[in-house]
Design a protein around this ligand. Structure first.
Ligand SMILES: [Zn+2]
Length: 360
């Protein structure tokens, strides 16, 4: 008869859970401690991201940049983020890097594609497949069923659109490394069955201005009553231009680049990463709904609700990418209305602007 009391079993589970989540990965030396030290409360660390997997061939963020992603008092701009993305691609046949545009000030807009070796070799064929699936004029239902058998969902992450929402770039680069090297069964399945696209800095002009501002005015300042302005008055090249309102007009290079990416790859999921702690809320998909929104739009949200669209993969990516998912009901995002409404696509926006999904 077991002599373990429920309390002991609970404690045992608490200590063995991270080990189970890591297996068969070996944590990079010091990564568990560094991540724990940079996290304000253990409650916020998921076992999936409590360590950095060790690799002898692919540089981790810490090996390349000298620190973990998200380290306090540091922020990554294009001059370091892009070389790291290219180092990943140079070191691993599971990663490729593409230039999808240039900003108003001439900075590159970079895209990483991550999959297993076979997926990377087949990128052109997989792109053709999603393009065919997105076009009912040339693909009927029978043809679509055939294509689906040998194609993959493409999951696109859009990071750092709003420059004062700073976390997503570093989270995405860590995710890129984790997807590249981790041998956890969950990650292997993602590599084998999905193509993950990551745009780590979708608005590079704004990002670099934010990084400059941070090091010049904010780094080391902790007294909230005397803090300078939290971000520069430029979100891109221009003052207070909110680029995610530009999706319809497509006047900004960021918007044009993402649209080109969309029509080239036809991603199955568009996940736009934002931030906004004060406004965070969770929503289980139930009402009340905004009466001004067509129920034909809301019903798919309810159905989806984290369960319809290949749940293990979607939820795994979500857990890796963010510690929490926020949904602000009844806020129609431009990506959703423009893309998801017209294409077979699920558009998600994480953060202050909520999650919006439509499965076509
Ligand atoms: Zn935002």
């Amino acid at each position: 008869m077991s002599r373990l009391t429920p309390a002991w079993i609970f404690l045992l589970a608490l200590f063995t859970l991270p080990a189970i989540a890591q297996s068969p990965d070996i944590p990079e030396a010091g990564s568990v401690e560094a991540i724990a030290a940079a996290t304000t409360d253990p409650h916020y660390v998921s076992p999936w991201v409590s360590y950095i997997p060790q690799s002898s061939t692919v540089p981790s963020p810490e090996k390349f940049l000298g620190r973990i992603m998200g380290a306090p008092g540091e922020l990554l701009g294009t001059e370091k983020a892009y070389p790291y993305a290219r180092a990943l691609a140079a070191a691993s046949p599971r990663v490729r890097v593409f230039t999808i545009g240039y900003s108003e000030e001439g900075r590159e807009i970079l895209l990483l594609a991550i999959a297993d070796e076979a997926g990377i070799r087949a990128l052109d064929r997989l792109k053709d497949a999603t393009a065919a699936l997105a076009d009912p004029r040339r693909t009927n239902e029978a043809a679509a069923e055939k294509i689906i058998v040998s194609s993959r969902p493409i999951y696109y992450f859009n990071a750092a659109l709003h420059s004062d929402e700073t976390g997503s770039t570093e989270a995405m680069l860590e995710l890129a490394y984790r997807l590249t090297v981790s041998e956890q069964p969950m990650i292997q399945r993602i590599r084998e069955q999905v193509v993950v696209l990551i745009n780590p800095i979708s608005n590079p002009d704004g990002r670099d201005k934010m990084v400059d501002w941070f090091y010049r005015y904010l780094k080391g300042k902790t007294d909230r009553t005397t803090l300078p302005r939290q971000s520069p008055p430029y979100w891109s090249r221009y003052t207070f231009v909110d680029i995610n309102r530009d999706t319809h007009q497509q006047t900004h290079e960021t918007t044009k680049a993402v649209h080109r990416m969309f029509h080239e790859w036809h991603p199955t999921v568009v996940h736009d990463l934002h931030e906004g702690t004060p406004l965070m809320m969770t929503w289980n998909g139930t009402g009340p709904y905004n009466p001004n929104i067509d129920p034909r739009f809301l019903n798919p949200i309810q159905k989806w609700n984290g369960t319809v669209l290949f749940p293990p993969r979607a939820s795994s990516l979500g857990r890796l990418a963010t510690t929490s998912t926020t949904r602000k009901r009844a806020h129609l995002q431009h990506w959703t209305t423009r893309h998801a409404g017209r294409k077979k696509c699920c558009a998600i926006s994480t953060g202050r602007h909520g999650i919006h999904c439509r499965k076509g």
